[in-house]
Design a protein around this ligand. Structure first.
Ligand code: ATP
Length: 250
C-alpha cells in the first residue's frame, strides 16, 4: 500500500450464486484523489461501493479505508465518510430540513443549524427546507442527497451517479460544488458515473469494470491516448465492447 492510499482494495469479490457481481478486483485510491468507477450496466460499480461502505459483505477479499479494515472496523471509519446514491431514498414525509437534521445528529455534526444554512445556500436547496422530501422532483432530491453526503464534511465521499437526473446547468453547479469542497477539504472522492464529460472534468484516476473485473485503469488523458480516441466517451465504448487498446474501430 502506498503511504497516501486511503482506500485499499485487494482481490475483492462478491458472488450471488453463479453471478460474479464483483470478481477479484484490486485497486488503491490516494488521499485527495478523485477516482471514477466506470462500467456498463451491471458491471459491478454499485456492489463495489456498497462493500466499501460496509453495507454488503464481500464473498472474499480485503478492504482498508483510512487504515481500518472494513467491514470489521466499519464503525471507526463511517463518521469520516459519507455517500450519495440514487438507490437510497430519505423518509418521504419528513421535510428536507427534518431529514437533514436527523442525519446531522446521526453524524455528530456540532452546529447543525449553521451547517444546514451553509448547505442550503451552496446547494441552492434552502427554498425546499420546509417541504416534505417526498414532494420534491428527482433533480431536487439529488441535490438534497448531495447535501446529506456533505453534512459531516467527510474525508472520503462515495458517490453513485451524483448528477443523475440533474439538468445540465444544475449538474454543472453540483460538479463545481464537489471540486470546491475537495479543494478546501482535501477529501478523497470515488464516484460511479455514466457521464464521461463529468469524468474528464472531475477525475484524475479511472477504474474501468466489465463483468465484475477491472479491465483498464489510468488517468482520463492516459486512457484517451492509449485507445487513440478523442474523448472518454469513445474510450468507454471501446472498453465496454471489449475492444483492446490499439485496435481501431471502423
Ligand atoms: P448499473 O450501471 O446498472 O447501476 P452496476 O455497475 O452498478 O450497474 P451492480 O448493481 O453492482 O452493477 O450489479 C452487478 C451485477 O450483480 C449485476 O449483474 C446484477 O444483476 C448483480 N446483482 C447485484 N445485486 C444482486 C443480488 N442481490 N442478487 C443477484 N445478483 C445481483
Amino acid at each position: 500500500m502506498t503511504e497516501s492510499a486511503v482506500i485499499l482494495v485487494q482481490d475483492l469479490s462478491k458472488h450471488y450464486g453463479s453471478v460474479r457481481a464483483v470478481d477479484g478486483i484490486s485497486f488503491t485510491v490516494a488521499r485527495g484523489a478523485t477516482c471514477a468507477l466506470l462500467g456498463g450496466n451491471g458491471a459491478g460499480k454499485t456492489t463495489t461501493i456498497a462493500m466499501l461502505l460496509g453495507l454488503l459483505l464481500p464473498t472474499s477479499g480485503q478492504i482498508d479505508i483510512l487504515g481500518e479494515e472494513v467491514p470489521r472496523h466499519r464503525q471507526r471509519v463511517l463518521p469520516r465518510m459519507n455517500f450519495s446514491s440514487p438507490y437510497v431514498d430519505l423518509p418521504q414525509r419528513l421535510t428536507v430540513a427534518e431529514n437533514l437534521t436527523v442525519y446531522a445528529r446521526l453524524y455528530g455534526v456540532r452546529r447543525v443549524a449553521e451547517r444546514l444554512a451553509v448547505l442550503g445556500r451552496d446547494l441552492d436547496i434552502a427554498a425546499f427546507f420546509q417541504r416534505p422530501y417526498g414532494s420534491l422532483s428527482a433533480g431536487q432530491k439529488t441535490r438534497v442527497a448531495l447535501a446529506k453526503a456533505l453534512l459531516n464534511e467527510p474525508e472520503i465521499l462515495l458517490l453513485d451517479e451524483p448528477t443523475a437526473s440533474l439538468d445540465p446547468d444544475t449538474a454543472d453547479r453540483m460538479r463545481s460544488i464537489l471540486t470546491d469542497y475537495q479543494r478546501q477539504s482535501g477529501a478523497t472522492l470515488l464516484l460511479a458515473s455514466h457521464n464521461m464529460s463529468e469524468v474528464e472534468r472531475l477525475c484524475d484516476q479511472v477504474i474501468m469494470l466489465r463483468a465484475g473485473q477491472i479491465v483498464a485503469t489510468g488517468t482520463p488523458r492516459e486512457l484517451i491516448h492509449r485507445y487513440g480516441r478523442k474523448d472518454m466517451e469513445e474510450v468507454f465504448l471501446d472498453i465496454a465492447r471489449g475492444i483492446q487498446s490499439g485496435e481501431v474501430l471502423e
